[in-house]
Ligand binder design. Structure first.
Ligand code: ZN
Length: 255
């Protein structure tokens, strides 16, 4: 049996399968891996000087100047065949949830319904003073166009996008849900994550310890490769649609 059929067989036989996705998932949607060297994002700046909660509170203009081109990319990106394949597997009842490190919202755009975004997302922003939350779409156009800093309509203080910056806690409820799925799952499909960012990188190990089977799809090797049941060093946009197809859930047309 080839690894694609093997992976499909594991998902079809699973009682509770979950997917765990990382930056590699969205590379083909034109979103660079923000944490990887060479992507250009960190070459000009020290992340702790710009993308930490401390820097944000001190100099929000600097943060937003740096963040603006990235936000433009994130907000206009479209899901790729790998996102669509996971949505298809969920619709077919073969995946119960997607745990993701990505903040691009592309799983939802592809049709995934149960998505646990452990590093936050861009759909909302929170006032740093009164903690009221606002939909990003209320001010996204102006923010992208005019170079200004978004302000709270209520108290006038700065709005912070609901993405997790350095120095911030991960969202507790989302992390708790991710851990619950990790404990319940009997199959975990890791796609497009090099498993280098804590604490998410521990989830496959925890799942494995509880007896879950592991499927790893990533271009680069990961520390869990030798413990996985199926390891595919390949592009997620090639492999995930093939796995979905082998499960008898051919991809619907996108759009
Ligand atoms: Zn406010």
């Amino acid at each position: 049996m080839n690894p694609i059929e093997q992976a499909a067989g594991l998902l079809e036989g699973a009682r509770h399968a979950v997917a765990l996705t990382g930056a590699g998932m969205s590379t083909r949607s034109g979103i660079p891996d923000f944490r990887s060297p060479g992507s250009g994002i960190w070459e000009q700046v020290d992340p702790l000087e710009v993308a930490s909660i401390f820097a944000f509170r001190r100099r929000p203009e600097t943060f937003f100047d740096w963040f603006r081109p990235m936000a433009r990319q994130l907000l206009t990106a479209q899901p790729n065949p790998a996102h669509l394949a996971l949505a298809q597997l969920e619709a077919a009842g073969l995946i119960q949830a997607v745990i993701t490190q990505n903040i691009d919202g592309l799983h939802q755009k592809a049709g995934s319904r149960r998505v646990l975004e452990v590093h936050g997302h861009l759909r909302e922003a929170t006032c740093i003073r009164c903690y009221r939350m606002f939909a990003t779409e209320l001010f996204a156009q102006a923010f992208l166009a005019d170079g200004g800093v978004p302000h709270c309509p209520d108290c006038g203080n700065v709005l912070k996008p609901n993405v997790i910056l350095y120095g911030e806690q991960l969202p507790a409820v989302v992390m708790w849900e991710a851990q619950r799925h990790t404990q319940q799952c009997d199959v975990m499909l890791v796609a497009g994550s090099s498993l280098e960012v804590v604490p998410v990188c521990d989830l496959p190990r925890l799942a494995r310890q509880r007896g879950a089977r592991l499927i790893l799809v990533n271009l680069e090797p990961t520390y869990m490769d030798d413990q996985a049941d199926v390891t595919l060093h390949a592009d997620v946009t090639d492999v995930l649609p093939q796995i979905a197809q082998a499960c008898g859930t051919p991809l619907a047309e996108h759009g």
